[in-house]
Design a protein around this ligand. Structure first.
Ligand code: SIN
Length: 496
């Protein structure tokens, strides 16, 4: 049983935390209207900091999901014909409103997600940067003219929006992951129905309210909360939905991919990771420690790109752990709305998973260097942890930890560590620290990952192609490549 005796009890009042009370939306968005569940069923949203009730949101039924898809389909007929400039200007309005409301958006996010306020503000800025980027990119969706292989003919390539997009987003970045799908979709002329995660819909709804205020026409963005498997099934089986974009677990990604096969829908999947973070013995150790802090402990270790297995060369292991421990000891842990660095984990299941992984590692020889237990605050807090002597037989080596635990594997040679790092079904982010240029190129080229941070722990940005290979998914979000997944290529052969 979870102990919450050390957590401050307070009656959470969203109204006291946010300035613009009208951003606190607890209904679904269908065809430009905020609506309740047709059956009056609801989902309870709680604060992960202390488990207290925040709000009820609708548990819509399947016919309401269909209604949202129909409304996106009707809106698509007009939206796809708007000019690139018009779409760009509306996205810019949305960008401005997100920036203006950063404090309220971040506070709502902290309340339902638990991350520290400074990280929540960082996420809102990160989300806004996707809207800004794709507002510009809307004007650069170029077609092509190809030298014709046929006499008296012209070959022209058009880029056209794929249609209605079903968007399913996670709880760990409830605003940024949603916005980085909606912004390119809208820029390309697609419309969408979004299913925010049922643990964190309030910040998603608030951002969508700003989309409406920005002038985005009714039906272009819709959002529903309900039973995830039911919404997923409607998204995949409904022929009006021409594409699914999902960020979440590999298990659910596979279900959506196989469901999408029934009518050959396009899919963009940003799934689980098992990121290696390699520290070679020629690395700048202080920089590597800084990079690890940025990568490992962001959002209490609950990101898909968090360093999951930290490979440290035996020559520098003692120094690395000693310096890492000093930094980890400085973390302030507690309520995200106060000045803290580490918040609670999202729920009991997350806490139990971290504990199971640590217990399994210890039983097979893992050595706790720092932390290792539930935090004395109770609730879903876990101590920032460093555990060494990890090997590939342990679950912590194979599974995504999603908690504030740095698990350290010792290595001795370049070839050995490349093999260990690639020994996973995942291929999202990877990181390494080294100085020798020939080693840098070899490792960067041989790591089987969609993203490689070389001497850097933070690699996310709207300007880069974010995405993975292997069971970490397909498609790219952000950068000039981020529009490709929302566009069909049509070739015209025009003869005289
Ligand atoms: C994720 O954890 O899924 C995304 C994190 C990021 O965009 O940096």
């Amino acid at each position: 049983m979870k102990d919450t005796s050390n957590i401050v009890k307070y009656k959470f009042e969203m109204n006291q935390v946010i300035e613009d009370k009208t951003l606190f939306k607890t209904q679904c968005l269908i065809n430009g209207k905020w609506v309740d569940s047709a059956t009056n069923e609801s989902i309870k949203i709680v604060n992960p900091y202390n488990g207290e009730f925040l709000a009820n949101v609708p548990q819509v039924n399947r016919s309401q999901v269909k209604e949202a898809i129909d409304s996106a389909n009707i809106a698509f007929k007009k939206w796809k014909k708007t000019s690139a400039i018009e779409r760009s200007n509306l996205l810019k309005n949305w960008f401005n409103l997100i920036k203006e409301n950063i404090n309220d958006l971040a506070s709502i996010m902290v309340s339902e997600q638990g991350k520290p306020l400074k990280e929540a503000k960082g996420e809102v800025n990160y989300a806004a940067s996707y809207v800004e980027f794709f507002a510009e990119e809307a004007k650069r969706i170029y077609g092509d003219v190809i030298p014709s292989p046929f006499p008296n003919s012209r070959v022209v390539v058009l880029k056209q929006p794929v249609g209605v997009v079903g968007i399913i987003t996670p709880w760990n970045f409830p605003i940024a992951m949603m916005v980085r799908k909606i912004a390119p979709a809208l820029a390309c002329g697609c419309t969408c129905v979004i299913k925010p995660d049922e643990r964190t819909p309030l910040s998603a709804f608030a951002v969508l309210e700003l989309a409406i205020r920005a002038g985005i026409p009714k039906g272009v963005v819709n959002a529903v909360t309900g039973i995830p498997s039911e919404i997923g099934e409607e998204f995949t089986s409904n022929e009006l939905v021409r594409k699914i974009s999902f960020t979440g677990s590999t298990r659910v990604g596979k279900i959506l991919m196989s469901g999408s096969a029934q009518n050959v829908k396009r899919v963009t999947l940003e799934l689980g990771g098992n990121a290696p973070f390699i520290v070679f013995d020629d690395a700048n150790i202080d920089a590597a420690v800084e990079g690890l802090i940025a990568s490992k402990y962001r959002n209490s270790g609950q990101t898909c790109v968090c360093a999951n297995r930290i490979f440290v060369h035996s020559n520098v292991e003692d120094e690395f752990i000693r310096k890492l421990k000093i930094k980890v000891e400085e973390f302030k842990i507690g309520n995200g709305l106060e000045d803290n660095d580490i918040g609670p984990l999202i729920n009991d299941a997350a806490l139990e998973k971290v504990e199971r992984l640590i217990n399994d590692a210890i039983s097979k020889g893992g050595k706790i260097c720092h932390g290792g237990n539930r935090h004395k605050l109770g609730g879903t807090f876990f101590e920032p942890t460093i555990i060494s002597n990890i090997n590939s037989s342990m679950s912590i080596f194979k599974e995504e930890i999603f908690g504030p635990v740095a698990s350290i594997v010792t290595f001795n040679s370049v070839d050995e560590v490349i093999e260990l790092a690639n020994n996973t079904k995942y291929g999202l982010a990877s990181y390494f620290y080294a100085k020798d240029m020939s080693k840098i190129w070899k490792v960067a080229e041989e790591l089987e990952y969609g993203m490689v941070g070389v001497n850097r722990g933070g690699i996310s940005s709207a300007l880069i192609p974010f995405g993975g290979i292997k069971e970490s998914g397909m498609g790219r979000e952000g950068s000039k490549y981020g529009v490709d997944d929302y566009l069909n290529i049509k070739y015209l052969c025009m003869s005289d």
